[in-house]
Design a protein around this ligand. Structure first.
Ligand SMILES: C[S@@+](CC[C@H](N)C(=O)[O-])C[C@H]1O[C@@H](n2cnc3c(N)ncnc32)[C@H](O)[C@@H]1O
Length: 227
C-alpha cells in the first residue's frame, strides 16, 4: 500500500464533505442521503450537479467556484484521487462541494427522483469491449439509470479524448431517442468559439486526464443530451 494513498484516505475520513459508505452495504441495497443531500449535506435546496468518474474533481471544484448558488458532488471509486478536490475545496472554503466514494453502478442508491439537475461525465473509461453499454458510463443504458434521479430535461455533458466513446455514445443516444443537443470533435478548435463566453469558460476547465491527452496532441470531444 502506497504511503501517499494511505495518507489521503486518512485525511478523507476527517473531511465532513466526503462520504465513503461501505461498498458491501451499498451492494446489499443500503442508501445514503438519498433525497436529502440538500437538507442534510448542503443545508439548502439549490440545484445539484454530479461529476461521475470525477478523478481529482476538477469539474466539481471548477464549477463550484463559478456557481456558488449551486451544489456539486464528485463521485468516484478512488478516494485518493478525489482527495485533491476535497482538499482544495476545504482550503478555499467552498461550502457547495461534496465527494462520494462509490461505484457508479450503484449511484441510484444515493439520489432520489428529480434530486439532480445536471451531470458531467469527464474522460470516462471508453470500455472498448463493452458491446452492450453496461460498463461505459456514458452509454444509453447508464443514461436510462440516470433518468431515475435527474430532473426531466436535466443536461448531461460528456467530455472525452476518445473517438470511440464519442461515436458509441452518440449512436446509442440517437437510437434510444436521447437528443444530441450539442456535439463537437474538437472542443478547443471549434466548440469554444461558437458557444457563449460563460460556457466556453466552463469548457476550458482542464482535468488531469485531459491535460495528459492534450500533451499527446489528441482532440477533445464533447456531447450533450438531456434526461
Ligand atoms: C480516466 S479517469 C478520468 C478521471 C477524471 N474525470 C479526469 O478527467 O481526470 C476515469 C475515472 O473514473 C473512475 N471510475 C471508472 N469506473 C468507475 C465506476 N464504475 N465507478 C466509479 N468510478 C469509476 C476511475 O476511478 C477514474 O478516476
Amino acid at each position: 500500500m502506497g504511503k501517499d494513498k494511505l495518507r489521503k484516505w486518512k485525511e478523507n475520513a476527517t473531511f465532513s464533505h466526503v462520504f465513503e459508505p461501505d461498498l458491501k452495504d451499498i451492494v446489499d441495497g443500503a442508501t445514503l442521503h438519498r433525497g436529502e443531500w440538500g437538507k442534510r449535506v448542503f443545508g439548502n435546496d439549490r440545484p445539484i450537479t454530479l461529476e461521475l468518474g470525477c478523478g481529482k474533481g476538477e469539474y466539481t471544484v471548477g464549477l463550484a467556484r463559478r456557481h456558488p448558488d449551486r451544489n456539486f458532488i464528485g463521485v468516484d471509486i478512488k478516494g485518493h484521487r478525489f482527495w485533491r478536490g476535497a482538499k482544495t475545496s476545504q482550503e478555499e472554503g467552498l461550502a457547495n462541494v461534496a465527494f462520494l466514494r462509490t461505484k457508479i453502478e450503484f449511484v441510484q442508491n444515493f439520489f432520489g427522483p428529480d434530486e439532480v439537475s445536471e451531470i458531467w461525465l469527464t474522460f470516462s473509461d471508453p470500455q472498448p469491449k463493452d458491446d452492450r453499454g453496461t460498463k461505459r458510463i456514458t452509454s444509453e443504458v447508464f443514461l436510462r439509470r440516470y433518468q431515475h434521479f435527474v430532473q426531466p430535461g436535466g443536461l448531461i455533458h460528456v467530455k472525452s479524448d476518445s473517438e470511440l466513446l464519442y461515436e458509441l455514445s452518440k449512436a446509442g443516444w440517437e437510437e434510444a431517442g436521447f437528443p444530441i443537443l450539442e456535439d463537437s470533435r474538437d472542443v478547443y478548435g471549434d466548440l469554444v468559439h461558437r458557444v457563449d463566453g460563460n460556457f466556453a469558460d466552463v469548457l476550458r476547465i482542464r482535468t488531469y486526464y485531459e491535460s495528459r491527452w492534450l500533451e499527446e496532441g489528441k482532440n477533445i470531444h464533447y456531447l450533450r443530451t438531456r434526461a
